[in-house]
Design a protein around this ligand. Sequence first.
Ligand code: RNT
Ligand code: ZN
Length: 429
Amino acid sequence: MPFKAMTAAEIKQRYELAQKYFADLGIDTEDALKALAATPISLHCWQGDDVHGFEVHDSSVSGGGILSTGNYPGCAMNADQLRSDAEVALKLIPGLKRFNLHAIYAETDGKVVDRDEITPEHFANWMKWAKKQGVALDFNPTFFAHPLANSGYTLSNADKKVREFWIRHGKQSREIAAAMGKAQGTPCIVNHWVPDGAKDQPIDRLAPRKFLRDSYDEIFSVKYSPKYIRDGVESKLFGIGAEDYTVGSHEFYMSYVATRPNQDIMLTFDMGHFHPTETIHDKIASVAPFQKELLLHVSRGIRWDSDHVVNFNDDLRNLFLQLVRCNFLSKTYIALDFFDGSIDRIGAWVVGTRAAQKALLFALLEPTAILKKFEKDGDNAMKLALLEELKGAPWEAVYDEFCRRNKVTVGNAWLNDLYDYDRKVARKR
Ligand code: RNT
Ligand code: ZN
């Protein structure tokens, strides 16, 4: 694949021109690069194998209303393949990365170990690998793709025994996460998402919510140091098969978090979890006056929560602009959540992560003070004009310089690496 790489001199020359452009607007590109370098992005393991996981029983479908479609050749079939694929992706992404695991990625040595029995040792290989890669791990309990999730209700199930099973799973997951956090010296971010809901018009929309509230209270009653774990709870509007009713709605979790001030539970905003025309960027400033921290699932829904690969679109830029403008970036954990099995999965990881970093850099390079002044003075056409000009500003030369400094292939040339691995490894599986 013959994409020509830029020389270091070309990259630097372009960077210097960009540096001057932004300096004229009062922006120091070096500060922006520092902030970009200090912001980790958590890559989700599940993009690598279409959310299958490695459990030793019949749960090969993702279930719970989430769906990875497509069967591009070369899907990782085991933990070693997934790890080598992830290594390729990590090498093609500059900057600080984390790696996000789900409980179903436990390695149980061929043994059946149910979700309520998993322990840190089932993630020992992952922890060793992460250390070697220089990435910290994040974690998710898996409340879907399991016989006890088939009714559509897990933590909110009317059957106490089923609820208790999932509560135990939640607790084990946090114990695993705490072990990770302790080992890696940075807290493991735990996201709790349950698929609970119903297809059509449940009469009792209240009881499951009370069960869900109580189940979470039970899970979070086990205390860990915030040095080891941080918990987030993720709301949703609907899922496939749960079109009419989702127990863990936005209002449910807003209320939950607001009424448990001592628990320090974060809200998780997933970009695909609201009404199709509802974006999440304005939610940042809405919760910032009240919340200490926030967890994001950076995703791209097309017509529904389709989890397309993230790209450099308005929604993404607006999200990062708000984080920067609200000074909430350092209080936000950025995790990716998309899964496309119809294209090269490593390419999906890299495209999505690079897009997120570019959007963040774009935001960090915004001359916000000038825009604010226009707004204050009533010069709103000027504000609009500058916003439009900035879309074509040479921010990309700054990103290229970031890649160069991080010894990651710059610009189009990374496609060569992608092509090679796809043809030599993935397609030969
Ligand atoms: C589902 C949620 C959830 C999952 C992952 C796999 O709609 O977005 O975050 O995608 O946990
Ligand atoms: Zn999500």
